[in-house]
Design a protein around this ligand. Structure first.
Ligand code: HEC
Ligand code: HEC
Length: 659
C-alpha cells in the first residue's frame, strides 16, 4: 500500500512538473487538466478527495521551493523574501547588497581579502561571507549594511551554506580539507569534519541530512552525514575531471548538479585539451551513487563554451542556468524528468565579462548574473530571457590596464583562442595551478602557480621565456591557436623583447605578473619547533638548499641576473624530455599546496622530492638526514612563506618587472 502511494506520488509529481498554476485561482482548472492527463488507474474515485490531495501537493511544491533557496554554494545569494541580493566582489574585498525592488546597490561593505561564497542565513536579512584570503567568515546585516560579527577559521574558506532555520552555517575550508559547522547565532565553531582534498562546493540536501561537498582538483563529490559528521557516500569522478567549485541540489528530485572542466593532459592542442562539463548525481541512495557527465559544448554544433563556473536551478527545479566564464555566455536549459538526458537547451545567451555567479529569485521570475570583470550584476526576466536591469556593484579596484589583461587571461575567444575550449585561466585559475602535469612538446611539465612571478623571472621550468609577453607564443601556438595580440611577427622568446609591441599584450603581462603570495597556514602561530629545526637544516652548509633556493623568494631566478639552470638529477627519467636535464630553480613559497612537484610532476609529496627523487644527493644533500630530520625540513617547506617576501625584497633592493 505504501509503495503504491509512493509511486502515485511520483506520478503526481511528474504531472505537476508539466505545468504549474500561476495563481491559486487557477489551481482548480489546472488540477482538472492534470487529473485528466493522469493514467486511468489513478483517476479519482472521489474527485473531492483527489482535488484536495493535488491541491496540497501543489501547495507543498510551492512552499518547498521557497524554503530551499540558499542551500547550494554560490558567490551570490538572494534573501528568502526576494528583497535583497548579496554578491562578493573578490577583487574589491567587499560584499555588495542590492535592493531588488529598485535594482540599486544599497550598501558595499568591506569584508577582507578575496571574499568568495555568500549565503543568506535562514529566511532573514543576515548573510554570511567566506573571506578566502583572510581566513574568516563574516556576518553582515543586509538591511543596515553593517558587519555583525566574524569568526576566524583555519584556512581558505570557500563555499558556504546555511540550513533552512538559519541556526547553522556550513563552510568548506579548501586547505587542509574540512567542513566547519558554525553556530549562526554565536558564531562559535561547533565541529570540524574532514572533507577530502581541496573542497570548494557545498550543498545541504533538501532533507538536511547530508552535506554534499566537491573537491576542486578532482570533482569527486563526498556525502557527509550531518548527524555524525562522517563521510557516508562518495561519487568518484574520472581522473581527467578538474576545477569544480560548486554543487547545486535540485529542489524536488534527488539530483545534484556539478559544473567542472576536464583537463586532458595528453592532448596539448586547441581541440583536445580542456572541455566544459556538467555532471549530474543521483543522490537517491537506491541508485548506487550514479554520476553522469554531460559535455556542455555538444548542444550547438559549432558553438563551443568554456570554463563553467556556476549553475543555478529555478525554485521549481524546472530550469537550469549554466554560465561559462571563458566564453562569457550561458545556457538556459529545461531540466527533464529523465535519468538519461536530464536537461535540454532552451536558449543560448551572451553575457558580460567573466561571469562567475548565477542565482534565481525565490519567486522564479528573475535570474541574476554576476559579471566579475564588468563589476556588475545583470537581472534577466526568466519568461523571455531578456535583460531587465544592469546594476553596478563595485568600482574597478585594479588598474584599467590590469583589468584589460585579466579579461584577456580569462578569455577563451579571439584574439586569445581559436577554438574556444581553453583560456589561460583554465590552467592558472586565479593564479593557482590546475594541479596537473601536461604532456608538452618539450616533455612533462607540471603547471606552476604564478604567484610572485614579477620577482622570479625568467619563466618556465626551463627558463626558456624571459618575459610574460612571450606568452604570445602560447596564444599563437597549437594549444590556443589564437590570432594573437601583436600584429605581424614576434621575436623568439629569448631574443629581442616582445614588451612594447602591443598595448594588449603588455596588459596581459601586467595581469600575469600581478599575482601575490599569501602566507602559509602552517605558520599561523609563527614557525613551529619542528619548522625551526628544518629551517636550520635548510640554511646549513651540509644540505646546500639555500645555495640555489636563495633570497626572499627562495630562488636564484630573478629578472636582474643571467639565466641560471641547475642539473639536480631530475631530468633523466622522462623519454619525452627535450630540454633537460638542467632546470630553473623554482620558488618554494606556497609549495604547501602545489603538489605534484618537480618539472615532471612525478613527486607526489615534498618527502618524495627529498628522498625518492634525490637518491644520489644531486639535489642538495639529504642522504645523511634521518627520517625525523626530513620531517623537520618538510615542516619548514610547508611553512613558506611565513612573512611577506616583498617587504624583504624591497629592503634588499631586488628588482621586479611590472609588465
Ligand atoms: C593547458 C594548460 C595551460 C594553459 C592554457 C596555459 N598555461 Fe601557462 N603554464 C602551463 C604549464 C604546464 C606551465 C609550465 C610549462 C613550462 O614550464 O615549460 C605553464 C607556465 C606558465 C608560466 C610560467 C610560470 C613560472 O613560474 O615559470 C606563465 C607565466 C604562464 N604559464 C602564463 C600563461 C598565460 C599568460 C597563458 C595564456 C596565454 C597560459 N599560461 C596558458 C599550463 C598552461
Ligand atoms: C643546485 C641547486 C639546488 C639546490 C642545492 C637545491 N635545489 Fe631544490 N630545486 C632546484 C631546481 C633546479 C629545482 C627544479 C628541478 C626540477 O623541476 O626537476 C628544484 C626543485 C625543488 C623543489 C620542488 C619545487 C616545486 O615547486 O616542484 C623543492 C621542494 C626543493 N627544490 C627543495 C630543495 C631543498 C629542501 C634543498 C636542500 C636539500 C634543495 N632544494 C636544494 C635547485 C636546487
Amino acid at each position: 500500500m505504501f509503495l503504491q502511494a509512493e509511486s502515485d506520488r511520483n506520478r503526481i509529481d511528474q504531472a505537476l512538473h508539466h505545468a504549474e498554476p500561476t495563481s491559486s485561482a487557477s489551481v482548480n482548472r489546472w488540477i482538472d487538466e492534470r487529473v485528466k492527463s493522469l493514467p486511468y488507474f489513478m483517476h479519482p474515485i472521489d474527485s473531492a478527495v483527489s482535488r484536495f490531495c493535488l491541491f496540497a501537493a501543489a501547495l507543498l511544491l510551492l512552499l518547498h521551493c521557497n524554503v530551499d533557496a540558499g542551500n547550494s554554494n554560490s558567490l551570490m545569494d538572494i534573501s528568502a523574501d526576494g528583497r535583497y541580493l548579496a554578491c562578493s566582489n573578490r577583487d574589491s574585498g567587499t560584499v555588495s547588497i542590492v535592493d531588488l525592488r529598485s535594482h540599486k546597490k544599497v550598501f558595499e561593505t568591506e569584508v577582507g581579502k578575496k571574499p568568495e561564497g555568500v549565503t543568506f542565513i535562514g529566511s532573514g536579512a543576515l548573510l554570511a561571507v567566506a573571506v578566502y584570503g583572510d581566513d574568516r567568515v563574516v556576518v553582515l546585516d543586509a538591511e543596515a549594511g553593517e558587519q555583525m560579527g566574524s569568526v576566524d577559521v583555519f584556512d581558505e574558506p570557500y563555499g558556504i551554506v546555511s540550513n533552512k532555520s538559519g541556526s547553522k552555517l556550513y563552510v568548506t575550508l579548501e586547505y587542509p580539507g574540512q567542513v566547519l559547522e558554525i553556530d549562526a547565532n554565536t558564531l562559535q565553531t561547533i565541529r570540524s569534519m574532514s572533507a577530502g582534498k581541496f573542497p570548494r562546493g557545498i550543498a545541504l540536501t533538501t532533507d538536511e541530512q547530508q552535506l554534499l561537498v566537491t573537491e576542486y582538483y578532482t570533482s569527486n563529490v563526498l556525502g557527509i552525514d550531518v548527524a555524525t559528521g562522517s563521510e557516508v557516500e562518495r561519487w568518484d569522478a574520472a581522473s581527467t575531471d578538474n576545477l569544480c567549485r560548486q554543487i547545486a541540489v535540485h529542489p524536488v528530485r534527488e539530483k545534484a548538479y556539478v559544473p567542472h572542466i576536464r583537463s586532458q593532459v595528453r592532448a596539448v592542442h586547441g581541440a583536445g585539451s580542456i572541455f566544459p562539463y556538467l555532471t549530474v548525481l543521483d543522490t537517491n541512495s537506491d541508485k548506487s551513487r550514479r554520476r553522469k557527465r554531460f559535455p556542455m559544448d555538444s548542444f550547438l554544433r559549432t558553438l563551443v563554451v568554456a570554463n563553467p563556473w556556476e549553475i543555478a536551478l529555478s525554485p521549481d527545479g524546472r530550469q537550469l542556468y549554466a554560465i561559462f566564464s571563458g566564453t562569457d555566455d550561458m545556457f538556459a536549459c529545461d531540466t527533464l524528468d529523465d535519468d538519461y538526458r536530464e536537461f535540454e537547451l532552451r536558449e543560448y545567451i551572451k553575457l558580460g565579462h567573466n561571469p562567475r555567479a548565477v542565482r534565481v529569485s525565490p519567486d522564479g521570475t528573475r535570474f541574476y548574473i554576476y559579471n566579475a570583470l564588468d563589476f556588475n550584476v545583470v537581472a534577466y526576466d526568466t519568461s523571455n530571457l531578456e535583460p531587465v536591469a544592469t546594476i553596478p556593484v563595485t568600482g574597478n579596484p585594479i588598474s584599467d590596464e590590469v583589468r584589460r589583461g585579466k579579461i584577456l587571461f580569462y578569455s577563451a575567444q579571439q584574439p586569445m583562442v581559436g577554438r574556444r575550449w581553453i583560456s589561460c585561466s583554465s590552467c592558472h585559475p586565479d593564479g593557482d595551478s590546475d594541479g596537473r602535469t601536461w604532456h608538452n612538446p618539450e616533455g612533462l611539465r607540471a603547471t606552476p602557480p604564478i604567484f610572485g612571478l614579477a620577482w622570479t623571472h625568467p619563466l618556465h621550468w626551463s627558463a626558456d621565456r624571459d618575459e610574460s609577453q612571450d606568452f604570445e607564443h602560447t596564444i599563437r601556438g597549437p594549444l590556443m591557436q589564437g590570432r594573437g595580440l601583436v600584429r605581424g611577427r614576434i621575436n623568439d622568446s629569448l631574443e629581442e623583447p616582445n614588451k612594447g609591441l602591443s598595448r594588449e599584450l603588455d596588459a596581459l603581462a601586467a595581469y600575469t605578473n600581478s599575482h601575490k603570495f599569501s602566507l602559509s597556514p602552517h605558520a599561523k602561530g609563527g614557525l613551529s619547533e619542528a619548522a625551526r629545526r628544518g629551517q636550520a637544516l635548510f640554511f646549513s652548509k651540509e644540505t646546500k638548499c639555500a645555495e640555489c633556493h636563495t633570497g626572499p623568494f627562495y630562488s636564484d631566478s630573478n629578472p636582474a641576473t643571467e639565466r641560471l639552470l641547475h642539473d639536480v638529477g631530475t631530468g633523466n627519467d622522462d623519454p619525452s624530455e627535450i630540454m633537460g636535464p638542467a632546470y630553473d630553480t623554482p620558488t618554494l613559497l606556497g609549495i604547501y599546496r602545489s603538489a605534484p612537484y618537480l618539472h615532471h610532476g612525478r613527486a607526489e609529496t615534498l618527502h618524495d622530492v627529498l628522498t625518492t627523487f634525490n637518491t644520489d644527493d644531486r639535489h642538495g644533500t639529504t642522504s645523511h638526514l634521518n627520517a625525523k630530520q626530513i620531517d623537520d625540513l618538510v615542516e619548514f617547506l610547508n611553512a613558506l612563506p611565513f612573512e611577506d617576501p616583498e617587504v624583504d625584497a624591497k629592503a634588499s633592493g631586488l628588482v621586479k618587472v611590472d609588465r
